[in-house]
Design a binder for this molecule. Structure first.
Ligand code: G16
Length: 541
């Protein structure tokens, strides 16, 4: 085995987005693309020699090959040890846990999350820091800077490492420890939740449908829900990870998990339905006859957290990303908890969690989590709901109706316009941004604008400031419109319009009906449909 030094040159477009670097798979497979980025990670984290890292991915097409490249480059760089999930699989939350549990210097996760996989799909790479969380902006900026000046990378010439069996191997001077991807994570869940209560729930005939969407959560869900908790075999569907996710779009929302939604809305629906995404950090929660929005789910978890053993002592505080509905704020105000508002991206919760300011946090983009790891965690959210349902002994629908009766209801929806020409998308944002100072006091479609600004975040822990995080317009009565461009897409631009309205009286309306005037106001303000030539959003969640 020898270390080869390969001459290369900077490749454009290696700037990490909301969560790592995501590109079309073919781009990642292009000459030197993956290698350049991995070498830049080593540079961005101040060198990798002597370090111990975790490695795993969501099993999508190119996962196995990319893992071998990372291992050979780590060995060439003098990394002491890599702890890798069997067959190069690790869900994002399990990777976060492993980094923390084993006290490593961080880890590399191979995933494009909820983006489709396959030769025509997407691939991604992200680095997580020693706290288990996504690298903060300071680190991703250092990585990006390194991509711009790279002239060579190092890689070991070697056969592929056999990642099929747990155990420790050598690759040059580096140790490779292959671990069961599920075992440590399952143990952690057992420490957080009341597994006895959950076993009793299933023993009593409670019916669950968990759609793993042919992505990485399948083995975790089967091991925990079916094997340990006794949910009947077959409760977990699409449970075998496939490189192309069965040609599906592993994004747990009513559009892409429609089969589950249809089942949950049917006469013979199970008691509880849930789905997770490509890398297992997102979740969708449903009850019989009800879809719970991620924002409402976060609020309900906060309100009921004391029923879960790990949080029985109370929450330190809570946080949500800015576009997430303010249902959480109403719970926090009632419970006397601090509630933080951060930019989109789980990395912004890291400092709040590490400093003990918050216990629970979440995002409208189907992410919920706590201080147990430093990533959002799909299966954790499912277990949290099951734990709460077991204790409250009521259906999901009744629980949400009770929640709204107590706190009021934040009707909420996100309208996405995908694959928009980037120039048009930027022009729409620029135009609205310029008009923001003049908007307060104006009336639009019968709604008065109370405030309008571009969100900037001052991190209370490290004092860093992050600007240009979305345009927000507050309307009378707690209604709100937020606009931002997605940072996870790989083709053109995706414009996200987040719509919200509070009602404390009428609690059972269809969300789109309830929000109709806010939707109309958003169109009047932006002219989005006219400017993009779209009659309607591509995706409504
Ligand atoms: C990622 C981030 C999330 C973020 C989401 C949406 O999720 O981890 O924090 O909310 O993207 O980002 P955007 O609106 O910029 O597309 P995931 O599940 O894709 O890693």
């Amino acid at each position: 085995m020898s270390i080869e030094t390969i001459a290369t040159r900077p490749i454009d477009g290696q700037k990490p987005g909301t969560s790592g670097l995501r590109k079309q798979t073919a781009v990642f497979q292009g000459p030197h693309f993956l290698e350049n980025f991995v070498q830049s990670i080593w540079a961005g984290i101040g060198g990798a020699a002597g370090k111990t890292l975790v490695l795993g991915g969501d099993g999508r097409y190119f996962n196995a090959e990319a893992a071998q490249v990372v291992l050979r480059m780590a060995a060439a760089e003098g990394v002491a040890k890599v702890i890798v999930g069997q067959n190069a699989l690790l869900s994002t939350p399990a990777a976060s846990h492993l980094i923390r549990k084993r006290g490593t210097d961080g880890g590399i996760i191979l995933s494009a999350s909820h983006n489709p996989g396959g030769p025509d799909g997407d691939f991604g790479v992200k680095f997580n820091t020693p706290n288990g969380g996504p690298a903060p902006e300071s680190v991703t900026t250092a990585i990006f800077e390194a991509t711009k000046t790279l002239t060579e990378y190092r890689i070991l010439t070697a056969q592929d490492v056999d990642l099929g069996t747990p155990g420790t191997l050598a690759l040059g001077d580096m140790k490779v420890e292959v671990v069961d991807p599920v075992a440590d994570y399952a143990l952690l869940m057992e420490q957080i939740f009341d597994f006895d209560a959950l076993r009793a729930l299933f023993a009593g005939g409670f019916r669950l449908r968990f759609d793993a969407m042919h992505a990485v959560t399948g083995p975790y869900a089967k091991a925990i829900l079916e094997d340990r908790l006794g949910a009947p075999a077959g409760s977990v569907v699409n449970g075998t990870p496939l490189p192309d996710f069965g040609k599906g779009h592993p994004d747990p929302n009513p559009i892409w998990a429609k089969t589950l939604v249809d089942e949950m809305m049917s006469r013979d629906a199970p008691d509880f339905g849930a789905a997770s995404d490509g890398d297992g950090d997102r979740n969708m929660i449903m009850g019989r006859g009800i879809y719970v929005t991620p924002s409402d789910s976060l609020a309900a978890l906060a309100a009921n957290a004391s029923l879960i053993p790990a949080y029985a002592g109370g929450l330190k505080g809570v946080a949500r990303s800015m576009p997430t509905s303010r249902a959480l704020d109403r719970v926090a105000a009632d419970m006397g908890l601090d509630c933080y508002e951060t930019p989109t991206g789980w990395k912004f919760f890291g400092n709040l969690l590490d400093s003990g300011r918050i216990t629970l946090c979440g995002e409208e983009s189907a992410g919920t989590g706590s201080d147990h790891v430093r990533e959002k965690d799909g299966l954790w959210a499912v277990l949290a709901w099951l734990n709460i349902l077991a204790k409250r002994d009521m259906p999901v629908k009744a629980l949400m109706e009770d929640h709204w009766a107590r706190f009021g209801r934040n009707y909420y929806s996100r309208h996405d316009y995908e694959g928009v020409d980037a120039t048009i998308a930027n022009a729409i944002m620029d135009d609205l941004r310029t008009r923001l100072p003049d908007l307060p006091g104006q009336e639009v479609n019968g709604l008065t604008i109370e405030a309008a600004d571009e969100f900037a975040y001052d991190d209370p822990v490290d004092g860093s400031r992050t600007e240009a995080q979305g345009l927000r317009i507050d309307l009378t009565g707690g209604a709100r419109i937020v606009l931002r461009l997605s940072g996870t897409g790989t083709v053109g631009a995706t414009i996200r319009v987040y719509l919200e309205k509070v009602d404390t009286q009428v609690l059972d309306r269809d969300a789109q009906d309830a929000l109709a005037d806010v939707v109309a106001a958003a169109e009047s303000l932006t002219g989005l449909r006219v400017k993009t030539g779209r009659a309607a959003p591509d995706v409504i969640t």
